[in-house]
Design a protein around this ligand. Structure first.
Ligand SMILES: NC(=O)c1ccc[n+]([C@@H]2O[C@H](COP(=O)([O-])OP(=O)(O)OC[C@H]3O[C@@H](n4cnc5c(N)ncnc54)[C@H](OP(=O)(O)O)[C@@H]3O)[C@@H](O)[C@H]2O)c1
Length: 292
């Protein structure tokens, strides 16, 4: 299948690698072209403009930072929707508000294309291995068209409703996780006076109900980070998660409800960004709090 991927950041590049390994014909476009080079070396075609990517693809996947990035990639002068997209399927995988996905789906539909959303759980490793968790929103017939490809990217697919539902589910899934990283830093502040070794502390937490799966999966990285070792490569940075927390708070407001704990966590992430560590790995959140 001819697949186009717009946005070869951390996740887009990992997904492209996965699809190349399955011998799909993959074309990529990225705002910063340099990031497409390793994929070109692995056999991907590189499109100079989003419109070129869409023209060369039967299915287009986008996984971009936020609503502004979606706007730029789809609706710019040479955007994905600037040419004829009739009959094409778009799979939008960014973590954004439901209304962003709904508005995009409407525009794609008006041009004769189909769109489903599939924001994902899981990070670079699962993306490379086709082991993401896809939170799918879309019309049944469109989801059916996309499903064979989704199954090659995801270990589990949950079709939770029309376009917008997947975005809601993804924001909800990330909420306790992002609050957790700050809460874990606060927990560490309580036991700091004990002077225990970082690896031992992470190991103790990991064997209790005080840990998330993310802590267990990233135990070694977290222990090194607590010992002052710089995390590399970064799987997800603080700024991206700050964007997610902000999106959750905005979404709740539009629903007429409040998220007091989330809003408080957002404030802590904002302070981390102000302290200059926004581009650091997410483990920087608990590390910062413990070290205060
Ligand atoms: N990393 C994870 O573990 C993870 C897991 C699940 C979901 N997600 C979600 O997946 C999405 C991508 O995450 P990521 O980690 O791959 O982020 P990333 O590495 O920062 O990549 C972001 C991508 O968006 C592009 N972009 C940003 N602003 C743009 C603009 N104005 N116009 C065109 N392109 C623009 C970037 O292009 P440039 O290279 O030119 O900057 C890059 O391709 C986000 O919504 C994130 O929340 C991430």
């Amino acid at each position: 299948m001819k697949i186009g991927i717009a946005g070869t950041g951390r996740m887009g590049a990992a997904i492209a690698q996965r699809l190349l390994s399955l011998r799909h014909e993959v074309a990529v476009w990225n705002r910063t072209e340099e990031k497409t080079r390793p994929l070109a070396a692995a056999g991907a075609k590189v499109a100079g403009r989003p419109a070129e990517l869409a023209a060369a693809s039967e299915t287009v996947i986008t996984i971009l930072t936020d609503a502004a990035a979606i706007d730029a990639a789809y609706h710019g002068r040479d955007g994905l929707l600037s040419g004829n997209v009739s009959g094409k399927v778009f799979i939008e995988m960014s973590t954004v508000r439901p209304e962003t996905e709904r508005a995009l789906a409407g525009k794609i539909r008006s041009k004769g294309g189909a769109m489903i959303e599939c924001p994902v759980g899981g990070t670079i490793g699962p993306a490379k291995d086709g082991k993401l968790f896809g939170f799918v929103g879309g019309e049944a017939q469109d989801v059916a068209r996309a499903r064979p490809l989704l199954e090659q990217m995801c270990r589990r697919i949950e079709h939770v409703g029309p376009v917008g539902a997947g975005a809601s589910m993804k924001l909800a899934i990330n909420l306790p996780l992002l609050v957790f990283w700050q809460a874990f830093g606060e927990a560490l502040a309580l036991v700091k006076p004990l002077g225990l070794d970082a690896a031992r502390l992470v190991d103790i937490f990991g064997d209790t109900s005080g840990a998330t799966t993310a802590l267990k999966n990233r135990a070694a990285t977290l222990a090194s980070a607590l010992q002052g070792v710089e995390v590399s490569p970064i799987t997800v940075d603080i700024d991206a998660m700050r964007k997610d927390l902000r999106t959750m708070v905005e979404e709740a407001k539009s629903l007429g409800t409040e998220l007091p704990v989330t809003a408080s966590a957002l404030q802590c992430y904002e302070e981390a960004a102000k302290a200059g560590i926004g581009m650091n790995d997410i483990t920087g959140i608990p590390v910062r709090w413990m070290k205060r």
